[in-house]
Design a protein around this ligand. Structure first.
Ligand code: G3H
Ligand code: ZN
Length: 282
């Protein structure tokens, strides 16, 4: 599946209200996300971040091809997205590895530099049939980032940014923060509505792990179309590994603890998909 199709209302396999995008680090993540999406009967996006690629020694091909194979074997539509890309070299690797969309993240740059870098990325992506997401306003909380919970995306600036760059989707700062391990974020719903009315492309919520279900549903009702979830999967996965190893301290075969961890992650994916509105695909 292609990310753009999952976001196109009325397209076959489209997620009707919002599509959930889940972060992949290892192949177990991809397997768990596919299992959770199949159990929920809903499409989803599998996304690999630049940080995950760095974890794999900078090699995109092995984890990308494994993730693509998992997506192809799934009974529900799963799209491949490259997330939080700051390296132009990595952006340029996307088209050769089965990704249908990329988030090019120049949000740390001053506005004018963000516009220039993002426009170039969008031109490059569109020439290859790729859908490009960008960020304006800092969601914050990524490793090495200042934690900036107060920062918000300005609707007037957002409209100008989308017009000036030609991006296909916009990640907005509306109250969520990356890497939260509690679901305690509150979102600025009037701002989401203002952004939806000002910006002609789908809005993306990052840092959704920290957003409670009711807030997520409201955000989708207010105009969020792509919901990115990473940390909540790792909380489930690592919690299951920890519980297993505490109960079985002499275990050495990783399959013994990875299997329950993958199941816990799949259950989390399924819960997020049920929490987001929209009819089933199967
Ligand atoms: O781009 C990925 C997401 O923004 C994930 O954020 O790990 O806080 O859920 P999260
Ligand atoms: Zn993010």
């Amino acid at each position: 599946a292609r990310t753009a199709d999952l976001l196109a209302p009325g397209a076959a396999g489209a997620a009707s209200a919002a599509v959930a995008a889940f972060n992949v680090i290892t192949v177990e993540h991809a397997e768990a996300i596919a299992a959770g999406a199949e159990a929920a009967g809903r499409p989803a996006v599998l996304q690999l971040s630049e940080n995950a690629v760095k974890f794999h020694g900078g090699a995109l091909a092995p984890i990308a091809s494994a993730t693509a194979a998992v997506a192809r074997a799934s009974t529900v539509p799963l799209a491949l997205h490259l997330d939080h890309v700051e390296s132009v070299d990595l952006l340029h690797a996307a088209s050769a590895h089965g990704f249908s969309s990329v988030m090019y993240d120049a949000s740390a740059l001053p506005y004018a530099d963000n516009v220039k870098a993002t426009s170039e990325a969008a031109r490059w992506a569109h020439a290859r049939g790729l859908w490009l997401e960008a960020e304006l306003g800092r969601v914050g909380g990524k490793p090495g980032d200042a934690h900036t919970p107060g920062v918000r995306t300005d609707p007037t600036e957002a409209a100008a940014f989308v017009a000036d760059t030609g991006v296909d989707a916009l990640a907005v700062a509306v109250g969520s923060t990356h890497a939260m391990t509690t679901r305690t974020a509150t979102l600025d719903h009037p701002l989401i509505t203002e952004l939806r009315d000002a910006v002609p492309v789908p809005l993306v919520l990052h840092g959704s792990s920290g957003v409670p279900d009711a807030e997520l549903r409201r955000a989708v009702a207010s105009g969020i179309r792509k919901v990115n979830v990473g940390t909540a999967l790792n909380t489930a996965f690592t919690g299951a590994v920890r519980a297993f190893l505490e109960a079985h301290p002499s275990t050495v075969d990783p399959r013994r603890y990875l299997a329950p961890a993958r199941e816990a992650m799949a259950a989390t994916v399924e819960r997020f998909l049920h929490a987001l509105a929209g009819p089933r695909t199967a």
